[in-house]
Every structure is written in structure tokens, then in C-alpha cells.
Design a protein around this ligand. Structure first.
Ligand SMILES: Nc1ncnc2c1ncn2[C@@H]1O[C@H](COP(=O)(O)OP(=O)(O)OP(=O)(O)O)[C@@H](O)[C@H]1O
Ligand SMILES: CC(C)(CO)[C@@H](O)C(=O)[O-]
Ligand code: BAL
Length: 289
């Protein structure tokens, strides 16, 4: 019987847990999460297992990436179930700090933060203006704490992945960022901890996000206009789904160019639940250009 991962909650105990591996020159992969783990997270852990000798998973619901009125208080916290899943997935260390450990002066204290730059105010950032500052700041802290050789993130949070890559490049951080494909339900819905907020009717409607993205991606060779048309049509009249954005960008989230791999991204609200998703699109030229 496996004894499961070592669970630590402070910088000192994390250092102590990783010291033997570091002394032997073993490599470390970090998988940052906010818990409420599902198969999408476990795919990241499996990738981390392939990449490195030691796998550290952090579970921390980071208050600084939630805006006022968002779901910080009701965000699912399922630590015991998470630990069982991580045990089966072969994680070595679980870092589960308290808010006071990560933010000794309080999460609201004015201090040093990572500025995400202009992309931090677009797409998700347009609706959640302080979100990416909070994400990048906590990810930078986690990198400083765990000092991983590799860090694994999901493409489901595509803008987050792009911004983390930018941060690593700009700040010359010594870590390799690895992105993992989005894991989906059988009907196409991207797995997300927030899916558990959906009632039955909303769960049925939620498939319209991935259906629209799929239709858009299929129209890729016909150009950007066709992609957006097809995606919007596939959304149809889905009553009860309020789309925040449905947009086509280049893979680095600048303007898309024909002949390149692009990304079609969507965010929508179903009642008080906000879901995001995206797909890769092989983009051809518009017919009349
Ligand atoms: N379906 C998925 N497939 C692959 N990776 C995923 C999936 N869902 C989440 N991840 C990745 O897991 C990591 C931790 O994400 P997080 O704990 O916020 O889970 P989440 O399901 O995205 O939750 P939320 O509902 O808050 O968006 C991130 O790198 C995220 O991109
Ligand atoms: C990367 C992350 C763990 C930072 O809190 C979070 O934004 C998430 O779960 O995607
Ligand atoms: N998966 C991104 C975390 C958030 O929405 O706050």
C-alpha cells in the first residue's frame, strides 16, 4: 500500500521535503492548482510525472486573483478527496499553505506584485481586472518556494498559460513551462472545478461553449470571418448562456494571421457561473482577401 504524498504547509517543511531530492540532483516538476481536483488536474500530474523525478502539487485557493463579488468564499475546497486522488496519481509532495503563510501581511496589503502588462487587461482581464496580477504574483511565489525545473499548466486557462510564459521569459525565471491539452467530458465540456456549480439545465446548456468552438475550428481553412460565423451559429439561441467574448486570436493572443495556428476563445455565464474554454484553429485566408 502506498503511503501517499508528503503533505506540507510551510516554506520550511516544503524545503525539508525537497532537500533529499535536491541533494541528489533530481529534477522537480510543480503543478499549481486551487484544489477541487478533477481528471484535468490529474492529466497535469501525469505529465509532471513523465517530466521530472519529483512531483509537487500545490493546492491553494489564492485570494488575490478573485475580485470583489467573485466566488472566493464558495470556491470548492475538497482537500481529503484531493489527497486521495493525488496519492493514486503518484504525486510526491502536496504543498497546502494557509493564506497567512503565503501572505503574512494579509492578501490585501500593498506590496510587490507582478504586473501582467497589457494582455492582463484583455479577455479575462477585461472582466476580472486584478485577476492576472494575483495569478502571476502567486505563481511567481510558488516558483520561488518550490524552485521547480518544470511547471505544468492546462491550456483550458489559455490566457493564463500565455501570461505565465511571458512572465518566465521577461523575468528570466529558471523554469520550463509546459502546457497540457484540455481534458473534456464525453460531450465536449471542458472539465473545470466550477462545473459543479451548474444545475442540470445549465449543465446541458454548458456544452454549447465547446460545440461553438468545435464548429469554429472546423471552419478554420475558410478564414477568420468564417470561423467566427460558424462558432456564433453553433451557439444559436442558447437561452441562459450569456457570452462575454467569443474571439479569434493568434496563438500568443495577438491579432490572428492567415496561415498560422490561431486560438478561438470563449467565456460565458450560465446564471452566476462563469465558464471559459478555447481551441486551436488552423487558420486559412478569408475568401475575399
Ligand atoms: N479540463 C482541464 N484540462 C487540463 N487542464 C486543466 C483543466 N481544468 C483545469 N486545468 C488546469 O489545472 C490547473 C489548475 O486549475 P484550477 O485549479 O483553477 O482548476 P479549474 O478546473 O480550472 O478551476 P476553475 O473552475 O477555477 O477554472 C491550471 O493549470 C488549469 O489550466
Ligand atoms: C495557476 C493557479 C493555481 C494560481 O493560483 C490558478 O490560477 C489556477 O488554478 O489555474
Ligand atoms: N483556473 C483559473 C483560476 C480562476 O479562475 O481564478
Amino acid at each position: 500500500m502506498s503511503i501517499g504524498p508528503v503533505v506540507v504547509s510551510t516554506r520550511g517543511t516544503l524545503d525539508a521535503a525537497l532537500a533529499p531530492a535536491r541533494a541528489q540532483g533530481l529534477t522537480v516538476a510543480l503543478v499549481p492548482t486551487m484544489g477541487a481536483l478533477h481528471d484535468g488536474h490529474l492529466a497535469l500530474v501525469a505529465r509532471a510525472r513523465d517530466l521530472a523525478d519529483v512531483v509537487v502539487v500545490s493546492i491553494f485557493v489564492n485570494p488575490t486573483q478573485f475580485g470583489a463579488g467573485e466566488d472566493l468564499d464558495r470556491y470548492p475546497r475538497t482537500f481529503d478527496a484531493d489527497l486521495e486522488k493525488l496519492s493514486r496519481a503518484g504525486a510526491d509532495v502536496v504543498y497546502h499553505p494557509e493564506v497567512t503563510e503565503m501572505y503574512p501581511e494579509g492578501p490585501g496589503a500593498v506590496g510587490v506584485n507582478v504586473d501582467p502588462g497589457p494582455l492582463g487587461s484583455e479577455l479575462e482581464g477585461a472582466v476580472r481586472p486584478t485577476h492576472f496580477r494575483g495569478v502571476l504574483t502567486v505563481v511567481a511565489k510558488l516558483f520561488g518556494l518550490a524552485r521547480p525545473d518544470f511547471a505544468v499548466f492546462g491550456e483550458k486557462d489559455y490566457q493564463q498559460l500565455v501570461l505565465i510564459r511571458q512572465m518566465v521569459r521577461t523575468l528570466c525565471l529558471p523554469v520550463v513551462v509546459v502546457g497540457c491539452a484540455t481534458v473534456r467530458e464525453d460531450d465536449g465540456l471542458a472539465l473545470s472545478s466550477r462545473n459543479r456549480y451548474l444545475d442540470n439545465a445549465q449543465r446541458e446548456l454548458a456544452v454549447s461553449l465547446s460545440r461553438a468552438l468545435r464548429a469554429g475550428a472546423d471552419a478554420g481553412p475558410s478564414g477568420a470571418v468564417a470561423v467566427l460565423d460558424a462558432a456564433q451559429k453553433a451557439f444559436g439561441e442558447a437561452d441562459g448562456v450569456d457570452v462575454d467574448y467569443l474571439t479569434l486570436r493568434a496563438a500568443d493572443l495577438t491579432d490572428p494571421l492567415p496561415g498560422q495556428e490561431a486560438r478561438l476563445l470563449v467565456a460565458a455565464r450560465l446564471g452566476s457561473t462563469r465558464l471559459i474554454d478555447n481551441v486551436a484553429v488552423s487558420l486559412g485566408a478569408d475568401k475575399d482577401t
